[in-house]
Write a protein that binds this ligand. Structure first.
Ligand code: B12
Ligand code: SF4
Length: 502
């Protein structure tokens, strides 16, 4: 079968700071190819819809699969699925991915026949089986598969994440992938899942709070195969188990792999496992993202971060001592007034870290989707990108965006203002000479992307597909009821450093 796998367009955030390869889709592609199919991959973060239609005509795929990791991409994927059926009525059209897994029924309803199936959970095991069963009655009996005729049992977890290393050879124009100064940049996955259970996050509910590790050899082999000089590690929380990080590092040293790395981790993991981060600093780790989320104790408790502000700040000190460039995230609540924004602005200007602001957003699959008692002010999927307010704002909406953008701009000037630019000018010039202009372009784009009027007017667009809202009465679900994968519910043997579960 000829199979085309498609990643949708970038969201706001990715328009400036980064554009990264669709590693989940590359893994699904590897599994589908291993089953004997001819596979192509098209990334609409880089290519346009006209390129997609050209690919449909030239490649003439028998099946098209869309990646739906992000809720905000739902309308785009639904429209593309409809257009695909119009142009190639016999084509088998399906979708899968993180967000798609939590709202499979709803998507099939919107698609009204344009999607033949939705895949819930990990795609590697089931997608080859799905393609084999395309068009026959077995389809709706497969694990994780939902069709207009019914749904199969819970999805099957990949037994070993060493299997199906990403098919990076299928992504085209790879020089377009970058994150900040790491330009160009590839991605890699060393572990999968997260054993914590923050109330605003669906990373843990997707994987049933499990946590799996690649073998150090396979992880190092995969990193060694990467031709780019820079690597973004996609793990939710890097180096939860320090011995795993050390073992991968030793394998990299054996193979003489030298790259620059960017990873994301938790403050308490950095505090507890300082040595492994120090070791990776020597291997080329320069940049890290720490999910701080809040500056005060009450908000941290509300997010169930299971950490104190004191430990968060200690972790920042450790990161500074070790010489990392750190980006942190703070969640802005729609209820914030001018004073709360001012506190964050002041704090952000006193610390050397890059501070990002995201807007508190209940997503299907998170606990707050069920417990949030405030009613959603919009059911437009496109606004669920943590850059828009989807809950009532205390300030008038335009004022809220004014404060949000002003805060982001102040922070941004700190890093992309004239003084900062002078420091990176040499680097930008060297990259430009090598034809890598992603970083350079990013420096000029901020004003056009983060813009009060643009963000406000996004709320005024006509809505074709309305999201199914949560139940009118807020309730706290059992963790298990949120899980996509029902196996491997974590446990002390899988995550020895995990705090007690609630
Ligand atoms: C890496 C990552 C990113 C990368 C994305 C790289 C890329 N191009 O895809 C970057 C840093 C750019 C990013 C940005 C954002 N992210 Co992000 N990201 C992640 C993260 C940590 C891991 C994703 C990953 O690569 N996993 C590893 C691969 C192997 O898994 P996977 O992609 O899920 O793919 C598997 C399955 O989903 C499935 N699958 C995937 N695609 C398909 C397609 C088909 C056809 C099938 C059958 C199966 C299938 O099979 C794959 C293999 O098992 C997840 C959290 C998580 N653990 O999932 C958050 C997550 C997906 N991100 C999230 C968010 C909110 C964002 C931002 C909006 C944040 C922001 N500050 O603005 C932006 C938007 C980016 C955009 N689309 O433009 C949310 C999603 C919320 C939602 N429900 O929409 C998540 C869940 C994090 C969270 N805490 O809640 N992100
Ligand atoms: S630690 Fe990070 S990935 Fe894990 S549940 Fe919390 S926010 Fe999500």
């Amino acid at each position: 079968m000829k199979v085309l796998l498609v990643h949708p367009s970038p969201l706001m955030y990715s328009e400036i700071f980064l554009r990264l390869e669709p590693i989940g889709l590359e893994r699904v592609a590897a599994a589908v190819r291993a089953a004997g199919h001819e596979v192509r991959l098209l990334d609409l973060q880089i290519f346009g819809h006209a390129d997609y239609h050209r690919e449909l005509a030239d490649f003439a795929p028998h099946a098209v699969g869309f990646s739906l990791n992000y809720l905000a991409n739902v309308p785009e994927v639904l429209d593309l699925a409809r257009e695909t059926k119009r142009r190639r009525p016999g084509c088998f059209v399906f979708a899968g991915g993180h967000s798609g897994s939590f709202i499979a029924d709803e998507l099939l309803e919107h698609a009204a026949g344009a999607l033949d199936a939705l895949v819930r959970g990990e795609g590697e095991v089931v997608t080859p089986r799905l393609l084999e069963a395309a068009g026959d009655a077995r389809l709706s009996t497969l694990p994780g598969v939902v069709t207009p005729d019914g749904a199969g049992p819970a999805p099957t977890m990949l037994d070993d994440i060493d299997r199906f290393p990403p098919a990076r050879d299928l992504t085209r124009r790879r020089h377009k992938y970058f994150i900040g100064v790491l330009d160009p940049c590839a991605s890699a996955e060393l572990t999968r899942g997260c054993p914590w259970d923050c109330s605003f996050c669906s990373a843990w509910t997707f994987y049933g709070r499990s946590y799996r590790k690649a073998s150090p050899e396979a992880a190092a082999e995969d990193l060694a195969r990467i031709t780019e000089p820079n690597v973004f590690i996609v793990d939710d929380v890097a180096f939860i188990h320090p011995e795993h990080g050390f073992a991968i590092g030793r394998e990299l040293e054996k193979r003489n792999v030298r790259k620059q790395y960017y990873l994301e981790t938790r403050c308490d993991v950095l505090l507890r496992n300082r040595e492994v981060f120090e070791y990776w600093r020597r291997l080329g780790l320069h940049y890290m993202f720490l999910g701080l989320e809040a500056l005060d104790e009450d908000s941290l408790r509300l997010h169930r971060k299971r950490i104190t502000p004191g430990d968060n700040f200690k972790a920042l000190e450790v990161a500074r001592e070790l010489g990392f460039t750190v980006a942190v995230n703070i969640i802005a609540d729609p209820d914030w007034d001018e004073r709360r924004f001012a506190i964050v602005r002041e704090w952000a200007l006193t610390v050397p870290e890059i501070v990002h602001l995201t807007v508190a957003t209940p997503y299907p699959g998170t606990e707050i989707w069920h417990t949030e008692s405030r009613r959603l002010t919009t059911l437009d999927y496109r606004l669920f990108d943590v850059q828009h307010a989807v809950l009532p704002t205390r300030l008038p909406l335009q004022r809220f965006y004014e404060e949000l953008v002003a805060t982001q701009a102040v922070i941004n000037r700190k890093h992309l203002g004239l003084t900062a630019l002078r420091e990176v000018a040499g680097l930008a010039a060297r990259l430009a000479l090598r034809g890598q202009t992603n970083f350079l372009r990013m420096l000029w784009k901020f004003g056009s992307v983060y813009n009060r009027d643009r963000q406000y007017s996004d709320h005024l667009r006509p809505v074709t597909y309305q999201m199914r809202p949560p139940a009118a009465v807020a309730f706290k679900p059992r963790a298990r009821d949120l899980f996509i994968h029902q196996l491997n519910v974590g446990g002390p043997e899988m995550a020895p450093h995990t705090p007690q579960r609630s």
